[in-house]
Design a protein around this ligand. Structure first.
Ligand SMILES: *Cc1c(COP(=O)(O)O)cnc(C)c1O
Length: 338
């Protein structure tokens, strides 16, 4: 679409990702027809939603002549893994800051999963204690690199700024095109929302096309009012960046924060059970931090009758199954086969 074509973009994924039915699970539940948008299959170093954002972020970085990418995330950040992979693919150096945000993580949380892949891919990795302003931490790192003759490009946590959100405007357009092709009337799109770029992009994409498809973000961290505020701010900035006419309808931003549990990165009984359910019925691997909580939320909303038989609901699988290996102790409490 021409409004998006103005922005530099590097292709990092083979779009469109599949939009598939979940026939076994839909039958088992006897509720709405469930579909899944396979953004876990974006392909770059085991994939995930950050790859779409990075197409635009890296496009801007290259346009600015950057030599070194700097970003941050939690220890098991999928965003950090995908950013390192994108930087490597484009021949840029990469420094990442990992926030020790989940204080009681088991040893594998700090070594396996995304951390293992970050190390294999050879980025420069620094750690920071939990609870500080991690995006602010990027600034002195950038200054240090600049003093050393580099041209740093700073990417905020989750790649969630208006440039990154453009990746999910594209995803919304894909969902609209694929559902039209499949003759599918989509009643709602549901996904896990964290740093807000995914939801902001999806909402803008659905609204600018007048699709009439509501997007529900299931929060994995912030309470509802806070997350609505954060998503709305970024969605409005993205709307302005695209120079769209009028304003974004505030009602277009819908968040449910009932499924966070004890906090970010801490699994719940329901999220752990949901990982098993999707794996056993459909052979699909969710992740412990985001998509399992998002899908657990969707299941509960179906149980409550919020989504009903005859409706078509699309869950956006945002990736992250690599994180399963960082949560082995939680997911395999009996210690496995002997
Ligand atoms: C980052 C992430 C999300 C959340 O996306 P945001 O754009 O940060 O809201 C969801 N799922 C997975 C697997 C992620 O890594």
């Amino acid at each position: 679409m021409s409004t998006l074509a103005r922005f530099p973009r590097v292709r990092l994924t083979q779009a469109p990702t599949p939009l598939e039915p979940l026939p076994n699970l839909s039958k088992l539940l006897g509720g709405p027809n469930l579909y899944i948008k396979r953004d876990d299959n974006t392909g770059l170093a085991l994939g995930g939603n950050k790859t779409r954002k990075l197409e635009f972020l890296m496009g801007e970085a290259l346009a600015q002549g950057a030599t070194h990418i700097v970003t941050q995330g939690a220890t098991q950040s999928n965003h950090v893994r995908q950013t390192i992979a994108a930087a490597n693919k484009l021949g840029l150096r990469c420094t990442v800051l990992l926030e020790e945000r989940v204080s009681d993580g088991a040893p594998e949380y700090y070594r396996n999963g995304n951390v293992l892949l970050d190390q294999i891919m050879g980025a420069s990795i620094e750690t920071r204690p939990g609870g500080i302003d991690m995006n602010a931490e990027l600034i002195p790192v950038g200054e240090r690199l600049r003093a050393a003759g580099e041209r740093p490009y700073l990417i905020p946590g989750g790649g969630s700024n208006p440039i990154g959100a453009l990746g999910y405007v594209v995803a919304a357009q894909e969902i609209i095109a694929q559902s039209t092709e499949q003759g599918l009337v989509v009643d709602a799109v549901v996904h896990a929302t964290g740093s807000t770029g995914t939801q902001a992009g999806l909402v803008v994409g659905m609204e600018m096309a007048n699709s009439g498809i509501p997007v529900l973000g299931v929060s994995v961290r912030q309470p509802q009012a806070r997350q609505i505020e954060n998503v709305t701010r970024l969605a409005q900035q993205t709307w302005q960046l695209l120079e769209l006419p009028g304003a974004l309808r505030p009602e277009a931003v819908q968040v449910n924060a009932e499924y966070v549990g004890a906090g970010y990165g801490i699994t719940t009984e329901a999220s752990n059970a949901t990982i098993g359910l999707l794996a056993r019925t459909e052979g699909i691997l969710l992740d412990p931090v985001y998509s399992a909580k998002g899908f657990a939320g969707l299941l509960d909303l179906i149980r409550q009758g919020h989504y009903r038989a005859g409706q078509n609901i699309v869950f956006v699988h945002t990736g992250g199954a690599v994180g399963l290996f960082g949560y082995r102790e939680v997911l395999q409490p009996d210690g496995g086969l002997r």
